[in-house]
Design a protein. Structure first.
Length: 536
């Protein structure tokens, strides 16, 4: 038995020891049409959209309005709405698996009452991975599907954070990858499309039980040999980098338990929500991870993760610098790209995470924990909390094309953004050591220019370049850089254009060309200007 096989039967997690029974379950799910498009049609657009917001009432009304039970309706009710069903309905919907098989898998349990009824022990829903077909992902039932506060070892399902990480990840073909803090395994499913081997770790044995169940339920779609799961995926129990000490990876992805949570005196580990709270004070878990994760990367290897960071309150009349904390975490010659996507107040942060675990159902506990959040942040003079995406890389052969970048983009961006990030990194790498002046440049197709000026003014007061795709950045241009961009049709090289503008606009300013070159490099790295490969 491999270490991965030890997670086939974990208490209070689905069982994955019987592959043939899992194949029967997959067959029943396919036969019922338990996939995204069919579920959307069955519920209707409005009810389905509400369900994606964890609002069940419209979908429940649709189920109740059925003239007769259907297999798809039974499955949606059990796995996505948290309702129960009669023995006849369950038996009909799962003709191959059978009720006994569902019980053996740990998927359903009986409900006490005058008649025999059954309810799901887990949430199960379709997910579009990078495989050729949809897969099904099992996780714990959410707060909207069951009464009370979430269990502290709750295994999270397909959430917005996990989707964001999947959309953000750059996906080169690599040999060895790590999913640190795998949860129910969502990132693993995507990694399998471009990584030969994957290690998935978690501090929760229940989470690894769910991951193994999901991998084997979908082994055909994921291209896994069900008889040799460890040949593609290894599951390891442990905290942070402990399970992979001494190893090196081409790629690491992580949606770590980054939620900043007040520490109470005498609090036991079992009292924290392990899916979001790593047990460290403030943002020290993320700081530790950022500082240490490059130690397990091969030369040129990269890591991508989501993170929260504390932003120290600024003195009166000053502006807070959100990047000061993340800058201090970086060590050695690590390359880094931090993109802050959101910034919230301590009160807003507390409310978000108290709602997340349905702690509002205990009013006294809610008030006590709310106050604990505010006291905790005040003790470190935290004025706000940032959330964002982090990319890290260990330089190879001394090359550092990206360097260290910190930018805040608090508006909608194109998703998936991973290909855009990969392109920008490749461009930055390609510029290193090259003579910029020899390049012939074109304006990217998605770029537009805006000019703003007061009525009657002779010249515009503000000139903007906007991207319509990717990170959708906006650049403010001075007259010289605006003139350069307008001339980028590929005919003349950069050196010729800079020389012409210097002669026209600032013949006596020795620093003019240097400033213009810096602006051109920034626009090239950010995708506003593209190199024309076939010069005219």
């Amino acid at each position: 038995m491999t270490p991965t096989d030890t997670f086939a039967q974990i208490p209070d997690a689905p069982c994955s020891g019987d592959v043939l029974l899992l194949d029967d379950l997959a067959k029943d799910l396919r036969a019922a049409g338990f996939e995204h498009e069919s579920i959307t049609v069955f519920l209707g657009e409005s009810a389905h959209e509400a369900l994606m917001r964890d609002q069940l009432v419209p979908a429940l009304r649709r189920i109740e309005a059925q003239p007769a039970p259907t297999a798809l309706g039974t499955m949606v009710g059990l796995f996505m709405l948290g309702t129960d069903a009669s023995a006849a309905e369950v038996a009909s919907a799962f003709a191959d698996t059978g009720i006994e098989g569902l019980q053996k898998l740990g998927v359903v349990e009986s409900v006490e009452g005058p008649t025999q009824r059954w309810q799901a022990r887990l949430d199960l829903r379709p997910h579009a991975s990078d495989a050729d077909a949809e897969i099904w992902v099992a996780s714990d039932l959410g707060a909207h599907q069951r009464p009370g506060v979430l269990r502290h070892d709750h295994v999270l399902g397909i959430g917005q954070a996990s989707l964001t990480l999947a959309q953000t990840t750059i996906r080169p073909q690599v040999d060895y990858a790590l999913d640190l803090g795998t949860g129910c395994g969502i990132q693993v499913f995507h990694l399998l499309s471009h990584c030969r081997r994957v290690v998935a770790t978690d501090i929760s044995a229940r989470a690894l039980g769910f991951t193994r169940f999901n991998l084997l339920l979908n082994h055909q779609a994921l291209g896994i040999d069900a008889g040799n799961l460890a040949g593609r995926v290894e599951l390891r129990l442990g905290s942070l980098l402990e399970p992979v000490a001494g190893e090196n990876f081409d790629l690491v992805v992580s949606n770590p338990p980054f939620v900043i949570t007040p520490r109470a005196a005498g609090q036991e580990d079992a009292e924290r929500f392990t899916y979001r709270d790593g047990g460290m004070s403030g943002d020290s878990l993320v700081a530790h991870l950022v500082a240490s994760i490059t130690g397990i990367l091969k030369p040129g290897g990269s890591a991508q993760l989501l993170a929260n960071w504390e932003i120290t309150a600024a003195a009166p009349g000053e502006e807070a610098d959100w990047s000061s904390g993340p800058r201090s975490w970086l060590t050695g010659d690590t390359e880094a790209w931090f993109i802050q996507r959101e910034e919230v107040s301590p009160a807003g942060y507390a409310e978000t995470w108290l709602r997340d675990a349905s702690q509002g159902r205990d009013q006294l506990g809610f008030a006590r924990q709310y106050g604990a959040y505010l006291d905790d942040f005040a003790s470190r003079n935290v004025g706000a909390i940032g959330f964002g995406m982090v990319w890290l890389r260990t330089p190879k052969d001394g090359a550092r094309g990206v360097g260290r970048v910190f930018e805040s983009l608090a508006y909608p961006i194109e998703q998936p953004i991973g290909p855009c990030l990969g392109r920008d990194i490749a461009v930055a790498d390609g510029l290193e050591g090259r003579a910029l002046g020899e390049l012939h440049l074109l304006v990217a197709e998605d770029v537009t220019e805006e000019r703003h000026q007061r009525p009657g003014a002779e010249h515009p007061g503000v000139i903007l370049l906007r991207q319509g795709a990717g990170l959708r950045r906006t650049e403010i241009l001075d007259t010289a850089l605006a003139g350069f961009v307008s001339a980028c049709d590929g005919d003349l090289d950069v050196s010729s254009l800079v020389g012409a503008l210097a002669s026209l606009l600032a013949p006596r300013d020795r620093e003019f060309s240097d400033r213009l070159y810096q602006g051109v490099v920034r626009l090239v790295k950010r995708g506003f200007l593209l190199e024309m490969r076939n010069n005219r």
